[in-house]
Design a protein around this ligand. Structure first.
Ligand code: PLP
Length: 385
């Protein structure tokens, strides 16, 4: 049975070109990039090229890129950088639909003497910007709003928010872990101060990420140690993975048009095929303003996790918007914040595609899924026969 992988917002296949570029870092040019001799210079050169490629994908300069161990570390670094370099300010603003990397950190900080404000979203998952601006105070150290939502793909107007905050002198960070490589980003023309990304969402390995910090932004390191990353993040660099992330960034720049045309068409074909055949099914989020690869669908009156298990039997991988916590199925905080009714939130499934998906895979899913949903509904006490 072949695997049909529709879970690319969870993680992605490492591109073969990325693996190829990484291999010599383990076996040939394995020096420590901080060492003095010429042999180590090869690793340092590889690192420099990777940093340049990451910067190029973002329209940034290499000195503005700090390499980290993951998207979560990039997010923590950004928030702590703002708080530590403005110690008198104790207020953070974020949204109600952030990934746990930001959500749980802001909740934690709220228990540790800071104040966190969570901006609500509307039915489509778009943030209430009046609420955001109304809650700014002289005490606000940072605003952090995600660029693309990991569950629905909904895109926040981060450029507009950043511009407004710049005028007020407030630092703006965006968690762009799901956006980078999927939509064009050009930080040259933007007011965004900090931006997080993660390698494994763009066909690089897991366990490597980056934080963009605009030149001139006040910064204080999160990992304190050696002088690596221009004294901004201690720890010997994970050279192979960073080199992989650099290659992945180069490939993403080349594939972005494909992502926005072919991948989008595949996603739309999947979505239309399913919605047409399955009654009481709907799109969660803004159907227009979202990532080209993501479709979050609700099949009412059944559990998303049951759908996933039956899809797994067919080799199809996707995610559900409900998670089993302490024996009961809880709809995700994202769908709850959007006010998706429980009957729909429970039956939500996220399909996230990549350049490696094919029309045959989409057509297979469109053929196999409707009978699965029908069978589960026949077993559901909530389904009206
Ligand atoms: N932010 C968003 C929006 C994500 O989707 C993820 C991962 O799913 C992260 C942050 C965390 O990234 P990492 O897994 O590299 O720590």
């Amino acid at each position: 049975m072949n695997t049909i992988y529709f879970d690319n917002n969870a993680t992605t296949r490492v591109a073969p070109e990325v693996v190829e570029e990484m291999l010599p870092c383990f076996t040939e040019d394995y020096g420590n990039p901080s060492s003095m001799y010429r042999f180590a210079k090869k690793a340092a050169d590889r690192l420099a090229l990777a940093r340049q490629r990451i910067a190029d994908l973002l329209g940034a300069s290499p000195e503005e890129i700090i390499v980290t161990s993951c998207g979560t570390e990039s997010d923590s670094t950004a928030i702590y950088a703002a708080l530590r370099s403005n110690p008198s300010k104790k207020h953070i603003i974020t949204s109600r639909v952030e990934h746990s990397a930001i959500k749980n950190l802001c909740e934690y900080l709220a228990r540790k003497g800071y104040r966190s404000t969570f901006v609500p979203v509307d039915k489509k998952g778009m943030p209430d910007l009046d609420y955001l601006y109304d809650h700014l105070t002289d005490d606000t150290a940072i605003v952090s709003m995600m660029w693309a939502n990991n569950e629905t793909g909904v895109l926040f107007p981060v450029e507009e928010i950043a511009k407004n905050l710049k005028e007020k002198g407030i630092v703006f960070h965006t968690d762009a872990v799901q956006a980078v490589g999927k939509i064009p980003i050009d930080l040259k023309e933007s007011s965004i101060d900090m931006l997080s990304l993660s390698g494994h969402k763009l066909h690089a390995p897991k366990g490597v990420g980056a934080l963009y910090v605009r030149k001139g932004t006040k910064f204080s390191p999160f990992l304190i140690g050696g002088h690596q990353e221009a004294n901004r993040r201690g720890g010997t660099e994970n050279v192979a993975s960073i080199v992989g992330m650099g290659k992945a960034a180069e490939l993403a720049a080349a594939h972005i048009a494909d992502e926005n045309s072919r991948v989008r068409q595949l996603r739309d074909r999947l979505e239309k095929g399913l919605l047409k055949q399955i009654p009481d099914s709907l799109i969660n989020g803004d159907p227009e303003n979202r990532l080209p690869n993501t479709s979050n669908l609700s099949f009412e009156y059944i559990e998303g996790e049951s759908i996933l298990l039956m899809m797994d039997e067919l080799g199809i991988c996707a995610s559900s918007g409900s998670a089993c916590t302490s024996g009961s199925l809880e709809p995700s905080h994202v769908l709850r914040a959007m006010g998706v009714p429980y009957t729909a939130a429970h039956g939500s499934v996220r399909f996230s595609l990549s350049i490696y998906n094919t029309q045959e895979e989409v057509d297979y899913a469109v053929e196999k899924l409707p009978p699965i949903i029908q069978r589960l509904r026949e077993m559901s006490p909530f389904w009206k026969q």
